[in-house]
Design a protein around this ligand. Structure first.
Ligand code: IPE
Ligand code: IPE
Ligand code: MG
Length: 250
């Protein structure tokens, strides 16, 4: 294990880390290869980070694998990404089970190609009993889509007399989101030197600590992940309070 690993306080880990895996295309370009080459190498980083997160004791890891907006990319890239997903989920299944990791997905899965959806649902089913860590793939995911869907479901339940308007609060609203079974992410990482959220977990990341790194996703390794955790542990999370109030509470 590396030095960085040993510096991490296991008592102060974020329960949920969300990652925007970005920079695959640019990584491939620096090597004079097609964008798909970057996506394929991105899988290595996925494997590393999943293993690192599980080993250290993170309970939930959400990876942004494909946004709703990504459908506007060239068809050749979209098709390659969907095929890569099928391949990866199938190939990694044994490792997920060996490492006791449960697979989950958030997003509009109905609109995925049949093969991709099937591989994903099979993976979810075959790992459903694992309880060391939950790996959540955000696939055909968009926060605005998710929030609008929640609003529609709440409106339907009000209409059908299942809930009163007066009972709608932030807790109830959270129960209508695709992430209802997971705690909010406490740390959000984005690679590749871009500083934006790109429609990812807008509601859930209300109080997440944000961490940006210039590393392109295919180069992201365990030590990069540990650096992000260490940075997280150096932050003072105030949740609207003052520093003095936090000191008094200890
Ligand atoms: C992230 O890398 C992977 C996906 C969005 C699927 P990109 O494909 O966005 O790579 P860049 O940002 O163009 O370098
Ligand atoms: C965000 O990356 C989506 C994923 C990582 C899957 P993008 O590369 O699509 O985001 P933008 O377009 O740069 O905001
Ligand atoms: Mg990108």
């Amino acid at each position: 294990m590396s030095d960085l690993f040993h510096q991490i306080n296991p008592e102060k880990l974020p329960a949920h880390v969300a990652i925007i895996m970005d920079g695959n295309g640019r990584w491939a370009k620096t090597k004079g290869k097609p964008r798909v080459f970057g996506h394929r190498n991105g899988v290595i980083a996925v494997r590393e980070v999943t293993e690192a997160a599980a080993e250290i004791g993170v309970k939930y890891l959400t990876l942004y694998a494909f946004s709703t907006e990504n459908w506007s990319r060239p068809a050749i890239e979209v098709n390659a990404l969907m095929a890569l997903l099928v391949d990866t989920v199938r190939k990694e299944l044994a490792t997920l089970n060996k490492n006791n990791i449960r697979l989950k997905a958030i997003g509009d899965l109905q609109k995925l190609p049949e093969k991709t959806r099937k591989a994903l649902l099979d993976g979810i089913e075959q790992t459903s009993k694992n309880d060391r860590m939950t790996l959540i793939l955000a696939l055909n995911y968009s926060s605005r889509w998710e929030i609008v869907e929640a609003a529609k479901s709440i409106a339907t339940d009000v209409r059908d007399g299942k809930i009163d308007i007066g009972s709608i609060d932030t807790d109830l609203f959270s129960q209508y989101l695709t992430t209802r079974d997971f705690p909010d992410p406490e740390l959000m990482i984005r690679t590749s030197g871009e500083y934006r959220i790109s429609n990812y977990l807008l509601w859930q990341a209300a109080y997440a600590e944000l961490y940006f790194t210039d590393v392109l996703w295919p180069d992201f390794r365990k030590n990069h992940f540990y650096s992000a955790l260490l940075d997280f542990q150096s932050r003072e999370r105030r949740f609207g309070k003052t520093s003095e109030q936090l000191a008094e509470a200890i």
